[in-house]
Design a protein around this ligand. Structure first.
Ligand code: PLP
Length: 405
């Protein structure tokens, strides 16, 4: 009997954050090796906990979590999300235009499924968070990448974005603050991207899951308030800012002129209905998260654990003979590149494997994020600062060997 065939376009999809290297890491762990794994931005795996008032909000209502909710989510949670957006200045952010999902991940897939016909194009950042590429491909679309070049602080060039627009383009995706680069986009840049969407009648999709993880005075500007009437879908959730990845809670807020997005709204509602509803216990934490005290700011301020972790990485790269870094302004990652003699013949995959096999450290090769170069790697900032110093000492040892070759 021949083996089961699968969807052909899966061969185009990669998600190396949990791919071959992660599998190899598990094998090594099974052999008793103690690894430092920097591949996943999973706060709970590094000792962070969701704030207690969020845990209490679920515990107190656990008896109410048995039934399905409305496909778009609990009304009170949607009201809290709409109020949060209204306060930011998002136009027409009503509870009816909020969609709660099992993480932002589910909503990325669902919204692209609602939008795309075969052959439609989506403008994606390069580097991207690779789910965006995967979901575009698996919903029969075609990713078209705009560069966020390291020499430009990983910021996109709006002129280049506009040149990539074709008659098949349907949406522009932004990830701000960015994973993997940590870039935080300035207001003027966002305004220019809004103007492109307006000129070409494109949907704006803004993945803002790291919206308040910011360092050293970086300021986050949400896209929707700048977008006015232009249809814009803004994504947020509990996984990162509220350290509750495992609860699987995310949301998408549709803004702009309702007359321009009625059909899309209906499609989102229908696709949401087909999967019934999002995880209900997690939804009970949303009001507490958005109305309660801010618990992330202290972690990102001097003396806070994330701030000090980022500092440790910036200092380690500064002292390195082989690395350079665009300092991340936000999010949970550093995306350094290899320079100088160690760069000659460098291959990010071979390096990541060597680092794993010889130094017990797991990072993600930069090319996993859909860039055409193989000179970068991504490491999460979630470990303790001392552990990150140790990681970068080990990386330096490997790169010293490369430089000598
Ligand atoms: N978007 C970005 C940019 C991410 O980095 C992640 C997770 O790492 C997600 C979306 C998915 O988040 P979740 O499904 O946990 O809400």
């Amino acid at each position: 009997m021949s083996s089961l065939k699968t969807r052909e376009r899966l061969s185009e999809v990669r998600y190396e954050i949990r791919g071959e290297l992660a599998r190899r890491a598990r094998e090594l762990e099974a052999q008793g090796r103690r690894l430092i794994k920097l591949n996943i931005g999973n706060p709970g795996a590094f000792g962070f906990r969701a704030p207690e008032h969020l845990q209490r909000a679920i515990a107190e209502r656990i008896a109410d979590t048995d039934p399905y909710t409305h496909q778009q989510g609990l009304p009170a949670a949607r009201e809290a999300i709409a109020a949060f957006h209204k306060q930011r200045g998002t136009p027409n952010a009503t509870p009816e235009r909020v969609f709660i999902g099992n993480g932002v991940s589910e909503l990325i897939d669902l919204s692209l499924r609602a939008l795309l016909n075969p052959g439609d194009e989506v403008l994606l950042p390069s580097p991207d968070y690779p789910l965006w590429s995967a979901a575009t491909i698996l919903n029969d679309g075609r990713p078209v990448y705009y560069r966020c070049a390291p020499e430009n602080g990983f910021l996109p060039d709006p002129d280049e974005i506009e040149k990539l627009v074709s008659s098949r383009t349907r949406a522009i995706v932004l990830i701000n603050p960015n994973n993997p680069t940590g870039a935080v986009y300035p207001r003027e840049l966002l305004e220019r991207i809004v103007a492109i969407a307006q000129r070409h009648k494109l949907l704006l999709m803004s993945d803002e899951i790291y919206d308040s993880i910011l360092y050293d005075g970086a300021e986050f500007q949400p896209l929707a308030p700048l977008a006015g009437d232009v249809p814009c879908l803004s994504f947020g959730g509990l996984s990162k800012v509220h350290r509750a990845c495992g609860w699987r809670v995310g949301w998408a807020v549709l803004s702009g002129d309702p007359l321009l997005s009625g059909e899309f709204h209906h499609a989102m509602d229908l696709l949401g209905a087909l999967r019934l509803c999002a995880n209900v216990p997690g939804q009970f934490a949303i009001e507490a998260a958005l109305h309660g005290e801010d618990t992330i700011a202290a972690l990102c301020a001097p003396g806070g654990r994330l701030y000090e972790a980022r500092r440790a990485v910036v200092d380690a790269v500064g002292a390195s003979a082989h690395l350079s870094l665009v300092e991340p302004g936000g999010a949970l990652y550093a995306f350094p590149s290899v320079t100088g003699a160690a760069r000659v013949g460098f291959d990010d995959h071979a390096f990541a494997l060597e680092l794993l096999e010889t130094e017990d450290v797991l990072v993600v090769p930069g090319s996993s994020f859909n860039v055409p170069y193989r000179t970068h790697f991504r490491a999460t900032l979630l470990p303790q600062p001392d552990e990150l110093r140790e990681v970068f000492a080990r990386i330096e040892r490997v790169l010293d060997r490369h430089a000598e070759r």
